[in-house]
Ligand binder design. Structure first.
Ligand code: ITT
Length: 204
């Protein structure tokens, strides 16, 4: 049995993670599959603290290996904001994007450097172990929205190596480069090598 819960309310994250781990886990459960809602307050000032808290709380409640992502956008000209508060920067993506554009008004291109960061926690309740993996993607915040794909701040995030905005990529293209995919691939590599040594790792 290789079931996993992906503990996120964010559909975009869920799809990205599932696309990368299709061969690693046999069955994916999302929070929508459980009638009970388990509130998790993301009160850590660190992504890693929030990712571990989400994974532990959901994994302990439902008794299955659980993955949780905490991620954010850090803008140099804003001293790293919105950072760990990226999802609370506005009530929805449109508000968050407008606020970021207003805060960066008058800031020239060279000072609009930014990075997405993702921390993915895998919690194994049967073993009381939590493993955390990290990924980062550097780029720039544009002056206006480009593209309709992805989610969150993707329409504003320019990737210099591709000369395109994240929202102009499809899911497979984003998963070749994104912060989240780097963290998930590190997790996948870890599980593959751990399975090789100890195939029962995820059998609870
Ligand atoms: P969960 O906590 O339920 O997973 P969330 O959207 O609240 O969902 P976070 O607390 O980790 O997730 O907040 C991360 C925010 O950072 C997210 O809402 C986006 O606004 C932004 N973000 C993270 N990764 C992103 C990506 O790949 N593309 C665009 N925006 C991203």
């Amino acid at each position: 049995m290789k079931d996993v819960i992906v503990a996120t309310e964010n559909q975009g994250k869920l799809e990205e993670i599932r696309a990368l781990l299709g061969d690693t886990f046999e069955k994916f459960h999302s929070l929508k599959d459980f009638a009970e809602k388990v509130p998790v307050e993301e009160d850590s000032p660190l992504y890693v603290g929030n990712a571990m808290k989400k994974a532990r709380k959901i994994g302990d409640r439902f008794g299955l290996p659980t993955l949780a992502d905490d991620s954010g956008l850090e803008v140099e000209a804003l001293q790293g904001r919105p950072g760990v508060y990226s999802s609370r920067y506005g009530r929805n993506d449109e508000e968050r994007i407008s606020r970021l554009l207003i805060e960066l008004n008058d800031i020239p291109w060279d000072d609009r450097r930014a990075a997405f960061k993702a921390y993915i926690a895998l919690y194994l309740p049967g073993r009381d172990r939590c493993y955390v993996f990290y990924g980062r993607l550097g780029g720039y915040i544009g002056f206006e929205k480009h593209g309709t794909g992805g989610f969150g701040y993707d329409p504003l995030f320019y990737v210099p190596s591709l000369r395109r905005y994240l929202a102009e990529l499809n899911l497979e293209e984003k998963n070749l480069i994104s912060h989240r995919s780097q963290a998930v691939i590190a997790l996948r590599d870890f599980l593959n090598s751990a399975f090789y040594r100890k195939p029962s790792l995820l059998n609870l």
